[in-house]
Design a protein around this ligand. Structure first.
Ligand code: NDP
Length: 680
């Protein structure tokens, strides 16, 4: 008899005492594993996440967490064959498995990279610029994101047992929130296999991941205002969770990703002979058949101009007729099985409901020819294409979670936008057009109803990742019916798991709290030039106050001639005098910045290795000839890079004139050696 699947709770594997129920192979009906409804103590798991997992994770900086995600992904890559073999048993063929398994690992790599590049090597994220709140500058505010002392409970759907887990886990992990993963029963054996490898790697901090298999009793009962629930699954379960008292009045943040009736619109400009026509047809068929249509991003509504309905329907039928359905591990099979016989029944029921206002134009929900497997014991189904009657309601309300799409016609662009909106909020929509005016009107019309919109034409088709591929760097999730979540989306998804707070106080207090030098706070001018200090010696607030320098007409003339920037404001006295902003010759902004560098730099070889850019450069006051400038440069943020012998230093630069007016402000970005105390 197959083993009963174990949960991973409070740092050890929990085996249920009973023998559980069988989980069937989607292709053959054979038992793959057994699952029990008797799980570990959920309250204890939540407690462990809060008391052990959270503190362990929050000891680490964003960069350290990001590095762990990368190492975990590398470790898992070594077991791909094992995961592929199990994935086939869920009905997913090789193409589908790549999306789930490789897509899941890719998501870890992507979040790792984003975390290291876009987040500080600390535990607090600053949000936006400093907000000055007083004339004297002693009272300011800074928005910050901090990690919540809670837990992320992730309730996943059956369709992506690997990616579905990792797309939620990665941003939560980076945000410093420990995860309790609850996979859908039907395909949980694959999730268990992956979590086993993650745990045995020893890379995940204690308590940062727990796995709850089989049971969901009391899952939300122990949650509170610092906890987040991310749910993917049916609208009915989503509604049940929304009604939970801890969500209604207990402050638990819940994101529901339930049925999304995604549309793809064929632009009114596209004719049958255009390349966009083929692109449209191919894309619809791909989205109907990848994962046998069991995909939250699949195209359910095929919106086409009335005049093109016949041509599109015929082209779709031709292509669908070529789709080979069969055993997931057979390389000639284009579309594998649905996840289970029960799920096939659900899809058949949904098709029946859709047929009350739509005509069946391709496929038979009850029968299909199957390659390399038994059509009786496996959960196979033909692709099903429907054509809606004018005004049909069902296609906008019923999600058949299988290889099912409905062709719906429109007459004007405004009507296409209105039909798209009838999905009441979707994860993704696509538009296939080669007309830029159509693109603008449609995209701006449908964007408020979507988390992601793809515009496909002959120019981007070759490199496009397609309608149905959520990408870790882009928002996944959508408004309204799509649940309001922000799974992925790069750093946006991380922030979605954190708390944003406006901190008000004096500049010195804000510097102390954020570890980031705040304008107006103390500067420390010492005997040693800060460019002589390595990272182990440099401190936030270390400052250079330069000597003064006059900007002469000869300097301006020389710079104009030398660089070729002979713009009239720097060279033509009469024209410059007529300029309402300058009223005479002024120095080039870049001359001012270049002279400032000459004023603050310490030229001898030392710990400063490179200047890799400037941020937020603003020229505030014109510098006329014979103005006298000086610069104040202050260490603002110090970010040691892990696995490198140097780190980044961000310097606050303010150039002022003889009247004390700021003429330019910017951040100078340098790479500085760590020095002996901070190697490694
Ligand atoms: P369910 O809503 O039944 O299950 C989704 C997840 O929720 C599973 O992990 C499930 O666990 C868990 N769950 C079920 N009841 C509860 C509860 N009371 N408290 C906490 N967790 C619970 O959806 P299915 O996976 O069965 O899919 C059914 C339908 O949902 C599909 O046919 C499709 O229409 C839709 N769906 C939509 C998706 C989308 O993103 N658009 C994705 C997947 C499904 P367990 O499996 O142990 O019951």
């Amino acid at each position: 008899m197959s083993e009963v699947l174990e949960s991973y709770a409070q740092g050890s594997w929990f085996a249920p005492a009973d023998e559980g129920a069988p989980l069937a192979d989607a292709n053959t009906g054979e038992t793959v594993a057994r699952i029990s409804k008797n799980g570990p103590d959920v309250a204890a798991m939540v407690g462990y996440a809060r008391e052990v997992g959270g503190p362990e994770l929050r000891k680490l900086t964003f960069h350290q967490r990001a590095n762990i995600l990368k190492e975990v992904a590398k470790h898992l890559m070594g077991y791909k064959d094992e995961f592929y073999a199990l994935s086939y048993r869920t009905g997913a063929n090789k193409r589908d498995t790549m999306v789930d398994v490789d897509g899941g690992f890719g998501t870890l790599f992507s979040f790792s990279s984003k975390g290291r590049r876009e987040l500080p090597n600390s535990t607090v994220i600053l949000d936006g610029p400093l907000e000055p709140l007083s004339k004297g500058g002693t009272f300011v505010a800074q928005h910050v994101y901090t990690s919540r002392p809670g837990v992320a409970v992730q309730i996943n759907a059956f369709n992506f047992p690997v990616w579905g887990m990792l797309e939620k886990l990665a941003p939560a992990f980076l945000a410093g929130l420990p995860s309790i993963v609850k996979p859908a029963g039907q395909t949980s054996y694959l999730t268990v296999a992956v979590v086993k490898r993650m745990v045995e790697s020893g890379l995940m901090p204690e308590g940062s991941i727990q796995l709850l298999v089989g049971s969901h009793r009391g899952l939300l009962d122990n949650l509170g205002p610092q906890d987040i629930v991310g749910f993917t699954g049916s609208a009915a379960t989503g509604a049940l969770l929304r009604d939970h008292p801890n969500v209604v009045s207990g402050g638990v943040q819940l994101n529901v990703e339930a049925d999304s009736l995604n549309c793809s619109i064929l632009g009114p400009d596209v004719k049958a002979e255009d390349p966009e026509f083929d692109l449209y047809v191919k894309q619809v068929v791909a989205e109907m058949t990848v994962k046998a249509g069991q995909k939250c991003t699949a195209i359910r509504r095929v919106l086409v101009p009335s005049s093109m309905a016949e041509a599109v329907t015929e082209a779709l039928k031709d292509r669908l007729a070529k789709v080979v359905v069969g055993a997931a591990d057979n390389p000639d099979v284009r579309m594998g099985a649905l996840v289970s016989l029960d799920q096939r029944e659900e899809v058949r029921k949904a098709v029946k409901a859709l047929r009350t206002s739509s005509e069946l134009v391709f496929g038979d929900p009850e029968q299909v020819e199957v390659l390399g497997a038994d059509a009786e014991t496996g959960a196979f189904m033909s692709p099903i294409l429907l054509r809606a009657e004018p005004g049909a309601k069902e296609p906008h309300d019923i999600e058949a979670f299988g290889p099912v799409s409905t062709v719906i016609t429109y007459d004007t662009v405004a009507e296409a936008v209105e039909l798209a909106a009838r999905g009441q909020g979707s994860l993704v929509g696509s538009l296939v057009t080669n007309d830029e005016d159509v693109a603008r009107e449609v995209v701006l019309g449908v964007a408020p109803w979507h988390g992601r919109v793809l515009v496909l034409n002959r120019d981007d088709a070759k490199e496009s990742t397609g309608h149905g591929s959520p990408l870790p760097v882009l928002v996944h999730g959508g408004p309204g019916r799509a649940g309001g979540g922000e799974e992925m989306g790069g750093v946006r998804g991380v922030k979605h798991h954190m708390q944003r707070t406006a901190i008000q106080g004096s500049p010195d207090m804000l510097t102390a709290i954020t570890g980031h030098w705040t304008t107006g706070s103390r500067r420390s001018v010492g005997d040693v030039h800060p460019f002589r200090k390595d990272l182990s010696q440099l401190r936030i607030g270390d400052t250079i106050e330069s000597v003064e320098r006059a900007v002469t007409r000869a300097d301006i003339d020389h710079f104009a001639e030398f660089t070729g920037d002979t713009f009239y404001a720097h060279t033509d006295e009469e024209a410059a005098a007529a300029n309402p902003l300058f009223g005479g010759i002024v120095a080039h902004g870049y001359l001012v910045v270049s002279l400032a560098a000459g004023l603050f730099v310490d030229p001898a070889p030392g710990p400063v290795l490179a200047n890799f850019g400037v941020d937020n450069l603003r020229f505030l006051t014109p510098v006329k000839e014979d103005a006298v400038i000086k610069v104040t440069l202050t260490a603002k943020q110090i970010t040691p890079r892990t696995n490198a012998e140097y780190g980044e230093v961000r310097w606050d630069a303010v150039v002022t004139d003889q009247d004390g007016e700021a003429v330019a402000t910017y951040d100078v970005l340098t790479l500085v050696a760590k020095g002996t105390e901070q190697q490694g």
